[in-house]
Structure formats: structure tokens, C-alpha cells
Design a protein around this ligand. Structure first.
Ligand SMILES: [Zn+2]
Length: 360
């Protein structure tokens, strides 16, 4: 048995308010605990998006009633909320800026809108950007200009990791995260395939933003693991009917497959247990100024070999891009703040047990 600290996932789409048929604070935090994740940072592109006092209260009211693990809620950067977001900063996980197209309505096209946020955000926590390729370079430059820390969400490309490496070497304050699906899947994916792979798997299942990348990009991420600060799932559940239907929305679930995939990479000697602790606990805690969770740990049976099956997972979305993968390492028990929260496949933490880590 291996004992790990509770993992922190800085990138989770809870889908509540507004799209609770995909997920809600109950199911998102249940699937987190089953995956060994004891703290999540919730993204703001819900319906409505979380961008001011009243929408923040809306999300936090649901979280207070339903969350089973600890959490904080992001604020979204909109076209005219820079002053209010800055005022609400102490109550938010961080500020999220959408600079490229993805799911939801929060994209900021005009750089004068970016500037207002970079100017006003207080900077105790980073500005987190969904920024791919050249918009990532522009965002890092703007963060430098306004002397604010920036965290790049879900990097996936060779050019991105190499640029961040150069920036860090020059002392620029930039951090980044990578998602398991960008480490373990390529496009076309042997699992999801050009047309979605095996029976019943439509091409919509491979839709994710940033897109799955080429093998050379995946190789560059693995070759530059030391440049990657955090592992983040970008858990972004959509139902199977939506993924296999017209206009499939981008996004994969990921909370319950994160640790088994990483532990399998440890078994394959591509990662170490210390890499997991640094990138899923130590670094996210430092970057996002998160409190320690006392008496919190995850027990793993490192020898368990089994097949990943969405039917055994707790996400409401009902599928996984890693369906059928053989993995090594199973979460057997999770203790959160002194109480058993998960044991032998059962969620024991009740709804409402989770705490907002941004309340003073
Ligand atoms: Zn996301």
C-alpha cells in the first residue's frame, strides 16, 4: 500500500449552476474523491457564468450544500467585470480568462479587454488562461507587462512547452499544467480513432479543447516534464448522447482516471511517485495559495491491475475516453480532514462535508 497526500485538481468543470444533467457539485466531488482528489478548483464557464457577486454566490450556495470534497470557485474574466473580479479576488480560486474558443460564452477577443484584467487583478493568485499557441505567447507577454503571475491551462503542443521553458529560464513568472489526455492520447487516437475507434464510439468522443495533439507534441511534453508545474484533469463532462450527437461539445471526464493513469506511468518508469506529489499537491498548493488539508491522505493498492470502466465511475456523464485501458494502481481509501471519505468503492463523505478553502 502506498499513502499519498490528497491530490489537488486545479481544473474541474462542475457544470453547476445550469447543466446538472452533465454533472453537479455532488457527483463531481464524489468522482473526485474516488479518484484520490480531495480538493478541486471549479471553472466559471457554467450557465450562467461565474463573473460577479451574485453568480459567485449562486455557485458557492450549491457547493456548500452538495460538495463532498474541499473546493474553491474561479471567477471568469468578462468584457466589463475587471473591477468587480479584482474586488472578489480573495473569495475566488483565481481568475480564468478564455482567450481561445472552447465550451461556453466567456471568450475575450479584444486585447484591450485582457489588459483591464491584467491591470486590475491583485496578483496574490494567478491569472489562468485558456490560451493556445500564439495567444499563449501574447498572454505571457502581457502578464510580464503588468507584472502579474500567469498560469497556462492545459498545454498540449511542443511549441507551447518549449516557449514556457525559455520563459522560465529567463525568470518570467509563468506556470503551467498538463492534462492526462494530452499525455496519454494522440490524434488520431488509437483508442478514440479517426472515426472514434471501436463500436459505438462516434467521432464526437475525441472532441476536446485544446485538441488531442500529434505524437511529436506528446513526446515533447514527456521530454520536458520538469517544465510542467501541475497535472490537471480539465474534467469536462458531457453526456454520451451529447458526445455522439450533432455538434458534439468538447471535453472529457477525467477525475477518476487521473491517478490510475499516472500510477501506471510510474509502473512503466515514465514518472515517479514524487512527480505525482509535486505536480498534484505541492505545486498547485503553492501556485494557488491553498491551505494544507490536515489529516488528509489517499491509500493506493499499487499492485492492483484492472480495466478502467466508466460504468464503475461516479461522474454523471457515463463514459470515459480511457474505457477499457489496463491500468495499475487503485485508490482504496481516502481520508479527508480526519474522516473516511471513500473506502473500497464506496463514497462515505456526505454532501456538504466539503469546505470552501477561500472562506476565512
Ligand atoms: Zn477546462
Amino acid at each position: 500500500m502506498i499513502r499519498l497526500p490528497g491530490l489537488i485538481d486545479p481544473h474541474v468543470h462542475v457544470r453547476e449552476p445550469g447543466q446538472t444533467h452533465k454533472e453537479d457539485w455532488d457527483t463531481a466531488t464524489a468522482t473526485a474523491l474516488a479518484g484520490g482528489v480531495t480538493m478541486i478548483l471549479a471553472m466559471p464557464n457554467t450557465r450562467p457564468p461565474i463573473f460577479d457577486e451574485s453568480t459567485l454566490a449562486l455557485a458557492l450556495d450549491s457547493a456548500r450544500a452538495k460538495a463532498r470534497c474541499d473546493y474553491a470557485q474561479y471567477l471568469g474574466a468578462g468584457p466589463d467585470n475587471a473591477a468587480e473580479a479584482a474586488r472578489l479576488a480573495p473569495r475566488a480560486a483565481a481568475l480564468k480568462m478564455y482567450l481561445d474558443s472552447t465550451f461556453g460564452q466567456l471568450r475575450l477577443d479584444d486585447m484591450t479587454l485582457w489588459m483591464e484584467h491584467f491591470r486590475r487583478w491583485p496578483g496574490q493568485t494567478p491569472i489562468v488562461t485558456h490560451s493556445e499557441s500564439r495567444s499563449m505567447a501574447a498572454a505571457i507577454w502581457m502578464a510580464q507587462l503588468f507584472e502579474k503571475p500567469i498560469h497556462i491551462a492545459h498545454i498540449s503542443l511542443r511549441e507551447e512547452i518549449l516557449l514556457i521553458k525559455e520563459a522560465k529560464a529567463r525568470g518570467i513568472k509563468v506556470t503551467c499544467e498538463v492534462c492526462p489526455h494530452h499525455l496519454f492520447l494522440t490524434s488520431p487516437s488509437p483508442i478514440l480513432g479517426e472515426n472514434g475507434g471501436g463500436p459505438g464510439r462516434g467521432p464526437g468522443r475525441a472532441e476536446v479543447r485544446p485538441r488531442l495533439a500529434a505524437q511529436a507534441d506528446v513526446d515533447a511534453l514527456w521530454e520536458n516534464l520538469d517544465v510542467i508545474d501541475c497535472f490537471a484533469t480539465d474534467h469536462a463532462p458531457h453526456t454520451l448522447a451529447e458526445k455522439d450527437g450533432e455538434n458534439p461539445p468538447p471535453g472529457f471526464p477525467g477525475l477518476e482516471t487521473l491517478l490510475p493513469l499516472l500510477l501506471t506511468a510510474v509502473d512503466d518508469r515514465r514518472l515517479t511517485i514524487d512527480d505525482i506529489i509535486q505536480k498534484s499537491v505541492v505545486n498547485p498548493r503553492k501556485i494557488f495559495q491553498l491551505p494544507e488539508q490536515p489529516e488528509t491522505w489517499v491509500e493506493v493498492d499499487e499492485n492492483a491491475r484492472y480495466e478502467l470502466k466508466a460504468s464503475e465511475m461516479r461522474s454523471r456523464c457515463g463514459w470515459s475516453p480511457f474505457e477499457g485501458w489496463q491500468v495499475r494502481g487503485r485508490v482504496t481509501r481516502v481520508v479527508l480532514r480526519g474522516r473516511e471519505a471513500f473506502k473500497d468503492g464506496k463514497i462515505l463523505a456526505e454532501t456538504g462535508y466539503g469546505r470552501n478553502v477561500r472562506t476565512t
